[in-house]
Design a protein around this ligand. Structure first.
Ligand SMILES: [Zn+2]
Length: 431
């Protein structure tokens, strides 16, 4: 039976009654129609439904309740030239570029379309092709949601930059950073065209968007939301990620979240872990956070078991190594630290000198470098101080740019505007 809109039920019944009356008037047809032809026929076959029998299915109960009886109330979800039925999960395809390197590159787009009305939430990952945690987070979320229990629509794109992903690279093949080109242009560079295609065929279909990233170049981030808290819309969205830390960050021109927010789609970056690794604890924490988000947005009916924790806002600063050598950490991601506490040491292996890096504040380690060789000035620990939501909004108004990302000094020798930071372009960052 074809799903009917509620408003069409009575019209269809009127049509049936009229046809039945017509048939009776002609003294025909009724004898040929058994009562069994009744219920299921209204819909696509309405014109043939010359019948008597039980009445058609009439919606009853609260449409928002799981006990609702009746035809699906949701229209199909149209995207990428396809239609997804209510209560279904579909794997669609987005073609980044038909002519790049002479080959078509297809990225999967998973659409989970609920039975009940609600927002369209998009989860994107792999804009930087070497950032793997997000790929797995998006996969787990979109395949973990039951479409028959979902209100609204969930769109997951696990690997936006399939070019980079297939080569284990952050960049597009031309060394451009795709996350500097949104919303893109139809006739610009390859990066700009890919950005334009994705933005207009997928991103603009979303009511809200989460873009997954990791730290970069041997740095790892505690799962955290980065959002432009100057926008009340974005602020309201950022509060819904359970107790995941939220940092104000204005972002840089060309980032997907910035371009989306500019066209009225609240969007945030979700940082989780380090590049080129699959980190199960970070992935599990991040999936929990998105499950909280789905519940808070009214898209899933059951609250996550861990309850409904409050959002936690952080002010943050990078703490640098003052000397060069081997960085060896004494703390772990997520640790709470006190002012004066040793975060790690930098060892000069030639002169056998050891220098401590101490925390200037009480706070929490929300990002840190892995043990490695560092130069003086290397941003080693990202320490956040908790503050209230109100204070976070006020600080965002005062310090527009917000959370600093990483370094100027670590640009690649042939840098082309692509920073070495996780999400942001360090060129745009004040220091
Ligand atoms: Zn990234």
């Amino acid at each position: 039976m074809r799903p009917l809109q509620p408003g069409r039920v009575s019209a269809a019944r009127a049509l049936v009654l009229a046809l039945v009356a017509l048939a009776l008037g002609q003294g025909a047809a009724t004898a040929a129609q058994g009562p069994g032809n009744g219920v299921g026929s209204i819909g696509a076959d309405a014109s043939m439904a010359l019948l008597v029998g039980p009445p058609a299915l009439v919606p009853s109960g609260d449409p928002a309740s799981p006990e609702f009886i009746g035809p699906p109330l949701m229209p199909n979800f149209a995207i990428l030239g396809q239609e997804v039925l209510p209560g279904a999960r579909a794997r669609l395809e987005w073609s980044a570029s038909q002519s790049f390197a002479g080959a078509e590159v297809i990225s999967p787009v998973i659409v989970v379309h609920g039975l009940r009305p609600g927002p369209v939430l998009c989860l994107t990952a792999g804009i930087h092709g070497d950032e793997l945690n997000g790929v797995e987070i998006v996969r787990r979320v979109v395949h973990g949601v039951d479409p028959t229990q979902l209100s609204g629509t969930l769109i997951g794109v696990p690997i936006v930059n399939l070019f980079g992903f297939s080569r284990g690279s952050r960049y597009l093949p031309d060394r451009r950073d795709l996350n500097r080109f949104f919303p893109g242009t139809r006739v610009g560079s390859i990066a700009s065209r890919i950005a334009h295609s994705f933005f207009h065929s997928v991103a603009t279909r979303c009511d809200a968007l989460v873009d997954f990233h990791t730290g970069s170049f041997d740095r790892s981030n505690l799962p955290q939301v980065r959002a432009d808290l100057r926008s009340p819309q974005v602020m309201a969205f950022a509060r819904r990620f359970g107790d995941t830390p939220v940092l104000h960050s204005a972002g840089s021109k060309g980032m997907l979240r910035v371009a989306a927010t500019q066209v009225g789609i609240p969007a945030v970056t979700f940082e989780s872990g380090a590049p080129s690794l699959l980190q199960v604890p970070e992935i599990e924490d991040s999936v929990d956070s998105i499950e909280s988000l789905l519940y808070e947005m009214g898209m899933t009916p059951v609250a996550p078991e861990r309850g409904e924790p409050q959002a936690v806002f952080y002010d943050s600063r990078w703490i640098r190594a003052d000397s060069g050598g081997l960085l060896i950490s004494a703390v772990a991601l997520g640790d709470r630290v006190q002012r004066g506490q040793t975060l790690g040491v930098v060892v000069d292996p030639i002169n056998n000198v050891e220098r401590q890096i101490v925390s200037p504040i009480d706070g929490r380690v929300i990002g840190m470098a892995r043990n490695q060789v560092v130069l003086p000035g290397f941003a080693s620990y990202h320490v956040g101080e908790e503050k209230s939501a109100d204070a976070a909004v006020k600080d965002a108004a005062r310090n527009a740019q917000g959370a600093l990302e990483e370094e100027y000094s670590e640009r690649p020798p042939e840098g082309n505007g692509d920073g070495l930071s996780g999400e942001e372009d360090p060129e745009d960052m004040p220091h």
